[in-house]
Design a protein around this ligand. Structure first.
Ligand SMILES: [Zn+2]
Length: 277
């Protein structure tokens, strides 16, 4: 499932071509995604112009000249494909937007999503803080208000474990299952720890590890993406050098103990029981 670094990578790839582009054609091929795509999307978007895309949590937001915001959520398996040549519709292609870029080139942006857990929306920019998907989002990990004071206040009121709390989008926006495991390994904190038991030093380590791991992954995504036109047209999925996630039956790079795997809130959790206290 795409998390903050993957969404950021897609967002910067889109930035390179959609900025100041004219939306020439919108084809909704299948509207029943996680929520139904609005019937008005085609009419409201065609002939408008895209401005610079930005990311909020795991959402890609593209403002338009007509003061609307085009929202893309990749869900569990959503992918954005950018092509400069027309390609026939493939299985699981649900939306195609044809744009004419600033330098007069035609691009086809296709949303493909086998599991249909993603979503596409268009709303007026003044509704951004009230949008049902955006209004409850917590802090952005790269913003100043992601700090010890903020987390302490939340941790005082929560009884959940740190792994679940890191993945709670209303606390921090953008972290999912893969990066939660990686962050806690880096911070040397056991995923089962109740947030109430974490001291200042541990909270500080978690903040440091979060920023470092997410930034590093965005860089990996950025370098993988030498060109916004990937050979297969697909964006946002890149090979990560992970320390614990998916390392069942492998040993810890630090202490050589076997990596533990267990299920927390229905999600596989990978950690080193020796390094993470
Ligand atoms: Zn270890």
């Amino acid at each position: 499932m795409p998390e903050l670094p993957e969404v950021e990578t897609v967002c910067s790839a889109l930035s390179k071509i959609v900025y100041n582009s004219k939306i020439e054609d919108v084809d909704v091929l299948r509207s029943d995604l996680r929520w139904k795509i609005k019937k008005s999307l085609k009419n409201d978007l065609e002939n408008d112009y895209f401005k610079k895309p930005f990311r909020r949590g795991k959402y890609i937001l593209i403002p338009t000249i007509k003061d609307n915001i085009f929202l893309i959520h990749l869900g569990m398996s959503g992918q954005i494909k950018i092509r400069n040549n027309f390609e026939s519709i493939l299985k699981h292609d649900h939306l195609r937007v044809t744009i004419k870029s600033e330098n007069d080139k035609t691009y086809f942006i296709t949303y493909n999503d086998p599991r249909r857990f993603g979503y596409i929306d268009l709303f007026h920019k003044k509704e951004i803080n009230e949008h049902f998907l955006l209004k409850k989002l917590g802090v952005e990990p790269f913003e100043k208000n992601f700090n010890i004071g903020y987390l302490q206040k939340i941790f005082d009121k929560k009884i959940k474990c740190i792994k679940d709390t890191l993945m709670d989008q209303s606390v921090i926006a953008g972290i999912g299952n893969i990066y939660a495991s990686e962050i806690l390994f880096k911070a040397k904190v056991n995923p089962y720890r109740s947030v109430k038991t974490l001291n200042n030093e541990e909270i500080k380590s978690i903040i440091g590890a979060t920023i470092e791991i997410l930034k590093k992954s965005i860089n990996v995504g950025g370098t993988t993406l030498q060109n916004h036109l990937q050979p297969n047209g697909k964006l946002g999925y890149f090979f990560q050098n992970l320390e614990v996630y998916g390392k069942k039956n492998k040993t810890c790079n630090k202490c050589k103990c076997l990596i533990s795997v267990s299920i927390i809130s229905n999600r596989s959790t990978f950690y080193c029981n020796n390094c993470q206290i």
